[in-house]
Design a protein around this ligand. Structure first.
Ligand code: ARG
Length: 459
């Protein structure tokens, strides 16, 4: 059994159960490469400040290079006795290089060390996530482009409302994901600040140059208060909130894909490789991936709540509570990355069924608003034209036909201002074409938005 770094203070070893309960190495070992990166920067800074010798630094660098390689090649033996990633790495370093390894922890605490590791880890994860969000946007843009003219019903209250194009509908998600990406980039600014130098909580008696360490690690700034540096995890909460929003957006899209794929609706099909069958019902092809995304959005949102509750009521500065930040954070990162990757792929496997979408538009009085607008353009106040059209819709509903199927004579019973030209605005295509302004669903506008998004993604 390895002696603890603090065993001098204790008269008996911790119990086995406590050891297991307090150890974090099983999950925090994933930060090992960042832990080593942080240690190397700290050692370089201490050497520059004259606290460590050049010989110490060389030994630390050589030892850490070997350790990193051992970890990457799966040879490193992690010990629960050594509690966490930090002490596992430090102990191995000391075994390899002796006293220089023991000097590494000068002017540092695991409190500022772990806060630094998480930030390095999260910064890296955010950069990956930002590229995956862009890749999913590209996948949606490709689908939108194929269907810039494809008519589908737009819904409110899950009832047919007005015609839109499928491309326009996909672009709504491109917009949401665009904001999600912006949130990630914005959150990264606050992640990218250096806690090292805060030591346990009060700073250190050694002449640390924190800006130098920050520069070596690519941080934009240092945390300017040592108590805050070691104790707050707001940056992780912020990230998890941004991640939750991505998941919530994808959960909404998932819900739509599931509805659209239902044989009762039949708007789309999803490639077999993203679906599974039933062990009992031979006819089934289930949209498992979107359903799981919908489920996992609850899991990630749960992690957000876990982190908020973890922080709530913690007195300054560091408390062991904070060790509980890692599992929710790591699971959020893993879940989000897998979801974004699979989603970009899955959207390429979506087949749209334009006939079914068009048929639904024609059954839902989707162009009633267009008729009301038509009358307004002939001089009828909108509230009156709304009333006129509502009566025409009721009549058509009783007849079991669409308003576009009513003869001109019948239509003129509701308003004498209606002429032959009305049929052009009552078709789905006529309805779309008239919404030709920025943000509108006219195919020309959809194409313009696709071009705008593509230019931004390339820029
Ligand atoms: N494993 C710990 C964590 O994740 C490292 C810091 C421990 N510091 C302490 N004083 N117990 O937060």
């Amino acid at each position: 059994q390895d002696a603890h770094a603090w065993s001098g203070r204790f008269s008996e070893p911790v119990s086995e159960l406590v050891k297991k309960y307090t150890a974090s190495v099983d999950f925090d070992k994933r930060m090992a490469a960042f832990d080593i990166q942080g240690s190397l920067a700290h050692a370089a800074m201490l050497t520059r400040a004259g606290v460590l010798s050049e010989a110490d630094l060389s030994a630390i660098e050589a030892g850490m290079a070997e350790i990193l390689q051992d970890i990457q090649e799966g040879r490193f033996e992690w010990s629960v006795d050594l509690e966490d990633v930090h002490m596992n790495v430090e102990k191995r370093l000391t075994d390899k290089i002796g006293d220089a390894g023991k000097r590494l922890h000068t002017g540092r605490s695991r409190n500022d060390q772990v806060a630094t590791d998480i930030r390095l880890y999260l910064r890296d994860a955010i950069d990956h996530i930002v590229t995956l969000i862009a890749a999913l946007q590209t996948s949606l843009l490709d689908l939108a482009e194929q269907h810039a003219d494809t008519v589908m019903p737009g819904f409110t209250h899950l009832q047919v409302a007005q015609p839109v194009t499928f491309g326009h509908h996909m672009l709504a998600y491109v917009e949401m994901l665009g904001r999600d990406g912006e949130r990630m980039v914005d959150c990264r600014k606050r992640v990218n600040r250096l806690p090292l130098g805060a030591a346990a909580l009060a700073g250190t008696t050694f002449p640390v140059d924190r800006f130098y360490t920050a520069q070596l690690l690519g941080f934009d700034d240092v945390c300017h208060n040592s108590l805050d540096a070691v104790s707050d995890r707001d940056f992780a909460i912020e990230f998890t909130a941004a991640a939750s929003l991505v998941m919530v957006h994808l959960s909404r899209l998932s819900e739509e894909l599931i509805l659209w794929m239902s044989p009762r609706v039949g708007f789309i099909d999803i490639a077999d490789r993203f679906c599974t069958g039933s062990s009992i019902m031979p006819q089934k092809k289930n949209p498992d991936v979107p359903e799981l995304v919908r489920g996992k959005s609850g899991r990630v949102t749960g992690h957000l709540l876990a982190l908020l509750m973890l922080m709530k009521s913690q007195p300054l500065a560091y408390n062991k509570d904070n060790q509980e930040d890692k599992e929710p954070l790591f699971d959020t990162v893993d879940t989000l990355i897998d979801t974004l990757r699979i989603y970009a792929d899955m959207m390429r496997g979506v087949t749209v069924k334009p006939e079914a979408m068009r048929a639904a538009v024609l059954q839902g009085f989707a162009t009633a608003t267009d008729l009301a607008d038509y009358l307004v353009k002939k001089g009828v106040p909108f509230r009156d034209s709304h009333e006129v059209v509502a009566r025409a819709v009721r009549h058509a509903e009783v007849q079991g036909v669409d308003i576009a199927d009513l003869s001109l004579d019948v239509l003129r019973q509701f308003s004498a201002l209606i002429d032959d030209d009305v049929y052009a605005v009552l078709t789905p295509e006529g309805s779309l074409a008239q919404r030709n302004h920025i943000g509108g669903t006219a195919p020309a506008q959809v194409r313009a938005q696709i071009a705008r998004h593509r230019a931004r993604l390339q820029g």
